[in-house]
Design a protein around this ligand. Structure first.
Ligand SMILES: Nc1ncnc2c1ncn2[C@@H]1O[C@H](COP(=O)(O)OP(=O)(O)OP(=O)(O)O)[C@@H](O)[C@H]1O
Length: 302
C-alpha cells in the first residue's frame, strides 16, 4: 500500500508551446493537509485538473493511493472529491436541496444531505436559498458537495479565495476536522502561505510549473534560520570588530548589522565586545525571516 494519497512522477503538461507543468514529482502523504503553494499562474490549477483527470496525463505519471490514474480512472476518481474554481450550485435551490439533488444523481441515500450540512456547519442555513448564501457559505456547501460520496481525498483549489477573515478561519477549522476526525487527506492550493501555514502539515511550493520545495511545514520553517540584528551608532567600526572576532556578517545597512545566530550566550558576548571597543549598542535581538518572506524568496529565485 502506497503511503502517498497522491504521487506524481516526472509529470509534464503543455498548453501548445507553453510548458505549464515541468517534471513535477508531488508526494502527498495519506492523512496530511498538503498546502500546494505558488504565485498566480504557477500551474496549481492545471496540476489539480490533471489529478482529477480533467486534463490528460501521460501514462505512469499520476498515482492515486498507489493506483495509476489512466488505467484505474473510475477507482481513482471514486476516492476523490474536489472543489475547483466556483462550486456548481443551483442558486434557486436551498443548500439541502442542492445536496439532495447530488445524492439522487450519485445514487446515495438522501439522509447524507443532513449529515453533510452538519459537517460543514450549515444546518441552520439548510432551507435558505443558496443565492442568498455568503461566499463563505457557498464554499462550505461546495465542500459538502465534494464530500457527499465520502471520498478519502479532497482536492481544494484556492477554497479561501475572496473570503473574509472569518470565512477563512471556518474553512481552516473544517480542513483540520476533516483530517483529524474523519481521516481524510486534503490537498489545498493557495498563493498565500500565511493562509495555510497554520493548518498544513506538508507543503509543496511551485513556480513556473516546477517544484521548488517539498517537505513538512517544520522542514520549511527550518529553512528560515534566525539571525542576530544589532543596532549600533558606528556601523563600520562595529562590522570590523565583529568580523575580526569571527562573526559571520549577513548584511549591514542603516546602522543595523545582521549576523548569523550562534546561540543565546553569544549575544551577551557580542554586546560586551562591542561596548568594550567603544561602540554604542542601541539594541540586539534575534530576527527570524517569517514564512511569507521565505516563500517570496523561494519563488522569486526561479
Ligand atoms: N486552458 C488553457 N489554455 C492555455 N493556457 C492555459 C490554460 N489554462 C491555464 N493556462 C496557462 O497555464 C499557466 C498556469 O495556469 P494555472 O491556472 O494552472 O496556474 P495557477 O497556479 O492555478 O494560478 P492561479 O493562482 O492564478 O489560479 C498560466 O500561464 C495560464 O495562463
Amino acid at each position: 500500500m502506497s503511503r502517498f494519497a497522491i504521487e506524481t512522477v516526472g509529470l509534464n503538461h503543455h498548453f501548445g508551446p507553453q510548458a505549464v507543468v515541468k517534471n513535477l514529482s508531488l508526494q502527498v502523504p495519506r492523512g496530511s493537509i498538503y498546502g500546494f503553494l505558488g504565485p498566480n499562474g504557477a500551474g496549481k490549477t492545471t496540476t489539480i485538473k490533471i489529478l482529477l483527470n480533467l486534463l490528460q496525463s501521460p501514462a505512469d505519471t499520476v498515482f492515486i493511493f498507489g493506483q495509476e490514474l489512466n488505467h484505474n480512472r473510475i477507482a481513482c476518481l471514486e476516492k476523490m472529491g474536489s472543489l475547483v474554481e466556483q462550486p456548481a450550485i443551483y442558486a434557486h435551490l436551498s443548500g439541502k436541496e442542492n445536496l439532495i439533488n447530488r445524492c439522487i444523481l450519485l445514487g446515495i441515500n438522501k439522509s447524507k444531505a443532513d449529515e453533510m450540512l452538519a459537517l460543514v456547519g450549515l444546518t441552520e442555513a439548510a432551507t435558505k436559498k443558496t443565492g442568498k448564501y455568503s461566499l463563505g457559505m457557498k464554499q462550505r456547501l461546495g465542500i459538502a458537495l465534494a464530500l457527499i460520496a465520502d471520498p478519502e481525498l479532497l482536492l481544494l483549489d484556492e477554497p479561501t479565495n475572496g473570503l473574509d477573515p472569518n470565512g477563512i478561519i471556518e474553512i481552516r477549522n473544517l480542513m483540520v476536522e476533516l483530517t483529524s476526525k474523519h481521516g481524510k487527506t486534503i490537498l489545498v492550493s493557495s498563493h498565500l502561505l500565511a493562509e495555510i501555514e497554520r493548518t498544513a502539515t506538508h507543503v509543496g511550493i511551485i513556480n513556473k510549473g516546477e517544484m521548488l520545495f517539498q517537505g513538512t511545514i517544520n522542514e520549511l520553517q527550518d529553512l528560515s534560520k534566525p539571525s542576530i540584528k544589532i543596532e549600533v551608532d558606528d556601523q563600520a567600526a562595529a562590522a570590523n570588530i565583529l568580523s575580526s572576532n569571527g562573526a559571520e556578517i549577513i548584511n549591514e545597512k542603516e546602522g543595523n548589522i545582521h549576523i548569523t545566530y550562534t546561540g543565546k550566550a553569544d549575544m551577551g558576548k557580542l554586546n560586551t565586545l562591542l561596548v568594550q571597543n567603544g561602540v554604542t549598542v542601541y539594541s540586539i535581538s534575534t530576527d527570524r525571516k517569517d514564512l511569507e518572506n521565505l516563500f517570496l524568496d523561494i519563488t522569486s529565485k526561479n
